[in-house]
Design a protein around this ligand. Structure first.
Ligand code: MTE
Ligand code: MO
Length: 502
């Protein structure tokens, strides 16, 4: 019992000390996050898909929770082991320290210094383990071990260890929170756009309760990224380098970026991992500088076909240069929905390229762009099996009625959104129980790069019914019925819901 408690406290001390050291030596996540991030990057794609499906936005919470449970179990075992075979327990704990140190130094942008938190933490942990778990040689004529004096000593040492663990964690948190860039974001005033978007046309939003609003608020905007802790990028320190196969490499500060003509543009962003009917799609009004202008200034050399963009936390996306230069509104964005980008959505700057899935175009916290070739370098998700190039597939989603909803017979509103960025939506059809397709009413849209609301009234009769929908894009192509999974280039198939009418 004591040994197990001792093991736990030793782990607590190791983590607490490591967090403090991590916060002291720089804006670096502690070893738990380093280990978690390393695991995220090394997780097989199938497992990651499973985690996203099972836990959705909570996948990161589940991972960190899983690591915490692992640490607790291991430390209990090490405590028990320490009592019998101290050298083995010490070596075991040391091995985990080395593993955590290795995870930390191999994070993108990390250096040898990043090994320090884990190494110093684990040293403190081993020391604590020895104090608490290894029985002391009984003094020749002293009281038997485990007697009152032994217990008092153990309790005092335990209290001390718990204090170090909690204080260490607390100090680490406090120092880390002072590096948060939320204040810098609050202080930032974005310039007025040189080219404002026209007001949204009347009737973009049918304003039905339960139907996805045309504009997604920043707090409701879906979030997909590999970051366990949000990168804190201060605009005062931000620079963007554009290099590689260019005639004139560029380095921009945030002030340089804000001095460029800023454009506003309404566009819908979509994640390739979104299942048919899924939530990883949102729309907003972006504000940013033209990416095409930047590339033209840099002078793309012939033969280059990929813009490999990199975030502050080392994530990469590979975007076809052709797509950026073909006249679409590709942006180096600084604002969304009238505000600076929220930290979770890439503050202070990110890429937005209408028509391309986020994994191949929408780098958040972007700090580097390299003009290169698809054959020469693979971006993060391409290295993990996703298509080198892909365009967003046409998809309609039913928002109303909800799946398995029970409704009274009579008129029932069927409504949702459909998207086919770049091509636009020209029709949405609905059918019930394999009956005839009927055309839904389409809401107005500002351009072909946003989703489009649709609705239709259905005279519902008692029974269990299956409602299906399919969209046709601006090129006249209708969505295929056959379901395909998100890997490797986006899900397809007709979305359907089953409801009970009484
Ligand atoms: N730095 C970074 N940028 C990233 C990602 C990431 O993991 N890291 N994920 C991409 C993916 S897969 C998508 S779908 C979009 C989502 O952007 P959002 O979270 O603002 O909705 O961001 C893209 N940009
Ligand atoms: Mo994505």
């Amino acid at each position: 019992m004591r040994a197990a408690v001792g093991g736990l406290l030793a782990a607590g001390v190791a983590l607490g000390v490591a967090e403090t050291v991590a916060a002291l030596i720089g804006p670096r996540p502690g070893p738990m996050i380093a280990v978690g991030s390393a695991m995220v990057d090394r997780t097989p794609e199938a497992l990651k898909q499973f985690a996203i499906r099972q836990f959705g936005d909570k996948d990161k919470l589940v991972l960190v929770g899983g690591i915490a449970v692992g640490v607790v179990l291991l430390s209990l075992l090490l405590g028990l082991l320490a009592r019998r075979r101290w050298p083995l327990a010490a070596a075991g704990m040391g091995a985990f320290g080395l593993l955590a140190a290795a995870a930390a130094v191999t994070r993108p942008g990390a250096g040898p210094l990043d090994a320090l938190p884990a190494l110093i933490g684990i040293t403190a942990g081993i020391f604590t383990l020895r104090l608490l778990c290894v029985p002391r040689e009984p003094a020749p004529e002293g009281p038997a071990v485990g007697g009152g004096a032994g217990r008092r000593r153990f309790l005092a040492l335990s209290a001390g260890a718990a204090g170090v663990a909690v204080a260490g964690g607390g100090i680490g948190r406090l120092l880390a929170s002072r590096r948060n860039v939320e204040d810098a974001r609050a202080a930032l005033r974005l310039p007025a756009p040189a080219r404002p978007a026209r007001p949204l046309p009347a009737g973009v939003d049918m304003k039905m309760p339960g139907l996805t609003p045309f504009v997604t608020s920043n707090k409701d905007f879906y979030r997909v990224d590999t970051a366990l802790v949000l990168p804190q990028v201060d605009p005062a320190d931000w620079t963007l380098r554009i290099s590689g196969l260019v005639d004139r490499p560029i380095e921009l500060t945030f002030d340089d970026l804000l001095r460029r003509p800023l454009l506003e543009y309404d566009a819908t962003m979509t994640c390739v991992s979104n299942e048919v009917g899924g939530p990883y799609v949102s729309s907003t009004r972006w504000l940013g500088a033209s990416l095409a202008d930047l590339l033209r200034e840099a002078g793309v050399r012939s033969g280059a076909d990929q813009l490999l963009s990199r975030s502050a936390d080392g994530w990469t996306a590979g975007t076809p240069i052709e797509a950026i230069l073909d006249g679409r509104e590709a942006l180096l964005a600084v604002g969304m929905d009238g505000e600076p980008l929220p930290i979770a959505h890439g503050f202070p700057a990110r890429m937005v390229v209408p028509g391309l899935y986020g994994y191949g175009s929408a780098t958040k916290w972007v700090v580097d762009m390299k003009v290169t070739r698809f054959t020469d370098s693979k971006a993060y998700w391409v290295a993990r099996g996703y298509a080198e190039r892909s365009t967003i597939k046409t998809l309609a989603r039913i928002d109303l009625p909800r799946p398995l909803q029970k409704l009274p017979a009579g008129p029932v509103v069927v409504a949702g959104v459909a998207w086919a960025q770049r091509r636009g939506i020209s029709a949405v059809e609905v059918r019930v129980d394999d009956g005839p397709w009927r055309r839904a009413r389409l809401a107005a849209v500002p351009n072909t790069d946003t989703w489009r609301q649709w609705s239709l009234e259905w005279a519902a009769t008692p029974g269990v019914h299956r409602i299906e929908t399919r969209a046709t894009d601006g090129s006249g192509a209708t969505q295929q019925q056959r379901r395909e999974p998100p890997l490797p280039d986006g899900a397809t198939g007709w979305h359907s819901v089953v409801v009970t009418i009484t």
